[in-house]
Write a protein that binds this ligand. Structure first.
Ligand SMILES: [Ca+2]
Ligand SMILES: [Ca+2]
Length: 395
């Protein structure tokens, strides 16, 4: 019994240590005291429970503590040219792994441009709401002017998520442009982000940008110095990102049409189905978990063409494929993408066409064959990569 009691006491003390800074409720946001900034007042106004930790308390955080919050908010302390984030940097390997939800990183100083009705105020509101909206723990970081006078540097605070490089020492950029379609920019416009008397303090030269990772949320549009590597966007704009996000889909991503900068567009902004929320092909190089995504090509050479007689070997942006006659598909379920599929087209007009694996018969009328472009909508869209050769190797 004595041993049992001792064990119980020991376990209780462990759990007390481990839950010392857990969220008090399911609606809580976690702030770091030195830089709580105007974001703290905004979060309170948005009816979140706010918890502000001192240096010592922040140092005691466990990953489990962090996971119990809706989001971590590292706000803008305003008018600081040096980062006061030494403590969050020191234990970044503890709290970063708990951040599995939406992220917004802001390369400017909304605190100095805030106040009711301003774009800065709306940016903080929308970004906080967005990072707190994911069921998993999110992260909001304002880099303020920490790197405003540095040419090119890494961002240690974020390095658990990948390599980030920013640069300050910029001309005064005032023409901002939003490059996502997302709740993260709810209520924001280009005009609200522009003309802050220098809207941009840090540009992101490098950040993890693979499938499911970070995307530009807003850019310094028409950035002039091409030495930094200008990015072009699906809506025809160009520039360099100064606000980035994980979780906000790029503009035009998810509309089912393959646009500039998109590797794929499967008509959704969901990860894990072969085409990520940011329109990049998942699982490059295959592997056992790669979903089969059709895309089999045919050889157009006379005598080598293995397409069934009900189909024809036709050109597509992805290579030559066995095309069914308009309005027809194979006699298999619409989502049997190994046998038949439709394609993404950068220029609309062929969305109705169904393609099949060489040898597959195309003798079944589509559900709504008389509807033209929407006639074979029951057949899934294949996530194909241009230039693929050979059978079923895509993506
Ligand atoms: Ca698109
Ligand atoms: Ca998807």
């Amino acid at each position: 019994m004595a041993i049992f009691m001792k064990t119980l006491l020991f376990l209780t003390s462990i759990s007390l240590v481990f839950s010392k800074h857990a969220a008090p409720d399911k609606n809580s946001l976690l702030f770091y005291k030195l830089i709580s900034g105007p974001e703290l007042a905004i979060a309170t106004g948005l009816q979140y429970t706010t918890v502000v930790l001192t240096d010592i308390e922040w140092n005691e955080l466990t990953a489990a503590d962090v996971s119990s919050y809706k989001a971590v908010i590292l706000g803008d302390p305003d008018m600081l040219n040096d980062s006061p984030l030494a403590i969050p940097v020191m234990n970044r390997d503890v709290w970063s792994p708990a951040i599995l939800g939406n992220i917004v990183v802001i390369g400017t100083d909304p605190a100095s441009h805030g106040g009711a009705g301003t774009g800065a105020d709306q940016l903080m509101k929308s970004a906080i709401t967005f990072v707190a909206s994911d069921p998993k723990t999110g992260l909001y970081v304002a880099l303020s002017e920490y790197y405003g006078y540095v040419d090119d540097t890494t961002v240690p605070l974020l390095d658990q998520f990948g390599e980030f490089r920013v640069r300050g020492n910029l001309d005064c950029y005032n023409k901002a442009h939003i490059t996502v379609h997302s709740d993260a920019v709810e209520g924001l416009t280009d005009a609200l982000l522009s003309n802050w008397g220098c809207s941009v303090h840090e540009l992101f030269l490098k950040y993890p940008d693979g499938p499911g990772e970070f995307v530009p949320l807003a850019i310094a549009q028409d950035f002039k110095d091409t030495a930094f590597g200008i990015k072009e966007f699906a809506d025809g704009t160009s520039g360099l990102p100064y606000i980035i996000s994980r979780g906000a889909p790029p503009i035009k991503c998810g509309d089912g049409v393959l646009d500039k900068g998109e590797e794929c567009d499967d008509n959704n902004t969901v990860n894990g189905d072969g085409c990520s929320y940011n329109c990049m092909i998942e699982n490059h190089g295959g592997g056992p978990t790669t979903p089969t995504k059709g895309c089999d090509l045919c050889d157009a050479t006379v005598g080598l063409n293995k397409c069934d007689i009900t189909t024809g070997c036709s050109n597509t942006p992805y290579g030559t494929m066995c095309a069914c006659r308009p309005g027809y598909r194979a006699a298999v379920p619409g989502d049997n993408i190994d046998q038949h599929w439709r394609l993404q087209w950068s220029i609309p007009g062929h969305e109705h066409r169904v393609y099949v694996k060489p040898g597959v018969v195309c003798d079944t009328l589509c559900d709504h064959w008389q509807l033209g472009a929407a006639g074979c909508a029951e057949v899934s869209i294949g996530v194909c990569k241009p230039g693929t050769t050979g059978g079923n190797t895509c993506p």
